[in-house]
Design a binder for this molecule. Structure first.
Ligand code: NAD
Ligand code: WQD
Length: 342
C-alpha cells in the first residue's frame, strides 16, 4: 500500500515516515523543502533499512500532484505540508492561507480526480480557540484561534466536513496534535528549526548546547500552579505512531465514511518551569533563564482529553516526559547544527 506523505521531510513528517516504514507501509514523500532538508529522509532510510520515494514539489502545484498520482498507486494521503509559525502567520497571513488552505484544496481536488478518498490531516489543538474549557474534547465546537495560522487549521477542518457531505466515499481523519516534542531515540532525526526557535523545547535545547545564552520564560503570573503556562507535551514518536494507528483504523473500517477528529495528547498539563526542571534533571545540563513578559496570544493552560483516540484507535501516548527530554538532548547534542554539515 502506498501512502503519499506531504511535508514528509519535516519534523513530524519524518518521524511518521519512519513509523510507517516500520509498519510495512510504502511511502511517497512530496515536500518543497521550504522548512526541511532531504537529509532527514536519508536518515530515515538509514535507520529503517528501507527506501522512500522522495519528490521535491509544492502542494499548490496541481500539475505536479497529478503526475504523482499518475506515477504511483496512492491509496491514502497524510497531509503535513504547511507553514506553522504562529507569530509569522500574523505578519504574512496570505502566505499562510495560500499554503495551508489553498494547498489543501489543491491536494483534495487531485485526490478526487483520482478517486483517492483516504485522507489524514495534521490539525492542531489550536482549533479549540479561546472559547472552550480544558480539557479539550472532540465533541466541542471549533473555536476562534487568535492567529491566522490557527484559522487555517479551522478552515481546513470545515472544508473536510463539506467535502465529506458532497462525496459519500470520502474518509477523512483530522488529528489534533497538542505539543509534540522529543526526537527518535537514535538521535539521528529531530526538530531542526530555521533561525531563532519559536517553540519551547528547541529553544531549551539550543541553550543547553550553547547556541543561546538563556531561555526567556514568557510570563509567571498566569492562574496556574506555578504561574507559568501549562501545555500537553507528547513525544513525537508517540505522535508518529498515532498516524499509523489512524491509517490502520481507516484500513480496518472499510465501511467508514465522513470525517472523524481525534485529539493526540497525553491528557496532562505541564508547566514551563516543570519542563526546565525535568530537562535539567534528565540531561544533567543547566538552563539559565529569565522571566519575561507574557507572549501575545498564549493561553494559560490547555491539555487533551485523549479518550477517543485511546478507545477507537487503540492509541496511547506512552513515553514519559523524562524520555522526551533525553531524546531531545541526544538529537541536539549529536547534531548541534541540525541537518547542516557539522
Ligand atoms: P515542519 O515545518 O517541520 O514540516 C512541514 C513540512 O512541510 C516541511 O518539510 C516543509 O518543507 C513542507 N512544506 C511547507 N510548505 C510546503 C508546500 N507548499 N509544499 C510542499 N511542502 C511544504 O512542521 P511540523 O512541525 O513537522 O508540522 C507538520 C504539520 O503538523 C503541519 O501541518 C503543522 O501545522 C502541524 N502541527 C504541528 C505542530 C507542532 O507543534 N509542530 C502542532 C500541531 C500541528
Ligand atoms: C509552549 C509554552 C510559551 C518559548 C504552538 C502553537 C500550536 C501548536 C504547537 C501547531 C508556552 C512558553 C515558549 C519560549 C517560553 N502548533 N515558551 N519561552 O504556543 O503552546 O503551541 O505550537 O499547531 O498551535 O501555538 O507552543 O512551544 O511555542 O510554547 O516560555 O522561548 O512555552 O509561552 O507557554 P504553544 P510553544
Amino acid at each position: 500500500m502506498q501512502v503519499l506523505v506531504t511535508g514528509g521531510a519535516g519534523y513530524i513528517g519524518s518521524h511518521t515516515v519512519l513509523s510507517l516504514l516500520q509498519s510495512q507501509y510504502d511511502v511517497v514523500v512530496l515536500d518543497n523543502l521550504s522548512n526541511s532538508s532531504v537529509e532527514s529522509i536519508k536518515r530515515v532510510e538509514h535507520i529503517t533499512g528501507k527506501s522512500v520515494t522522495f519528490i521535491e514539489g509544492d502542494v499548490c502545484d496541481k500539475a505536479k500532484l497529478r503526475q504523482v498520482f499518475s506515477d504511483y498507486t496512492i491509496e491514502s494521503v497524510i497531509h503535513f505540508a504547511a507553514l506553522k509559525a504562529v507569530g509569522e502567520s500574523a505578519q504574512i497571513p496570505l502566505s499562510y492561507y495560500q499554503t495551508n488552505v489553498h494547498g489543501s484544496v489543491c491536494l483534495l481536488e487531485v485526490m478526487q480526480e483520482n478517486k483517492v478518498n483516504n485522507f489524514i490531516f495534521s490539525s492542531s489543538a489550536t482549533v479549540y480557540g479561546e472559547e472552550n474549557q480544558v480539557p479539550y474534547v472532540e465533541t466541542m465546537k471549533l473555536g476562534t484561534p487568535s492567529s491566522p495560522y490557527g484559522a487555517t487549521k479551522v478552515m481546513v477542518e470545515r472544508i473536510l466536513a463539506d467535502v465529506a457531505l458532497a462525496n459519500a466515499k470520502f474518509r477523512g481523519v483530522s488529528l489534533r496534535y497538542f505539543n509534540p516534542i522529543g526526537a527518535h531515540e537514535s538521535g539521528m532525526i529531530g526538530e531542526d528549526p530555521k533561525g531563532i526557535p519559536n517553540n519551547l523545547l528547541p529553544y531549551v535545547a539550543q541553550v543547553a548546547v550553547g547556541k543561546r545564552d538563556k531561555l526567556s520564560i514568557f510570563g509567571d503570573d498566569y492562574p496556574t500552579q506555578d504561574g507559568s503556562c501549562e501545555r500537553d507535551y507528547l513525544h513525537v514518536m508517540d505522535l508518529a505512531q498515532g498516524h499509523v494507528a489512524a491509517l490502520d483504523w481507516l484500513n480496518c473500517h472499510g465501511d467508514f465514511t465522513g470525517v472523524e477528529a481525534f485529539n493526540l495528547g497525553t491528557g496532562n498539563g505541564v508547566s514551563v518551569f516543570a519542563i526546565v526542571n525535568t530537562f535539567e534533571q534528565a540531561t544533567d545540563q543547566r538552563i539559565p533563564f529569565e522571566v519575561s513578559p507574557r507572549r501575545a496570544g498564549d493561553l494559560a493552560a490547555f491539555w487533551a482529553n485523549a479518550t477517543k483516540a485511546n478507545q477507537a484507535l487503540n492509541w496511547q501516548a506512552k513515553r514519559s516526559l523524562q524520555q522526551m527530554m533525553i531524546d531531545t538532548w541526544r538529537w541536539q547534542s549529536n547534531n548541534p547544527n541540525g541537518y547542516l554539515e557539522q
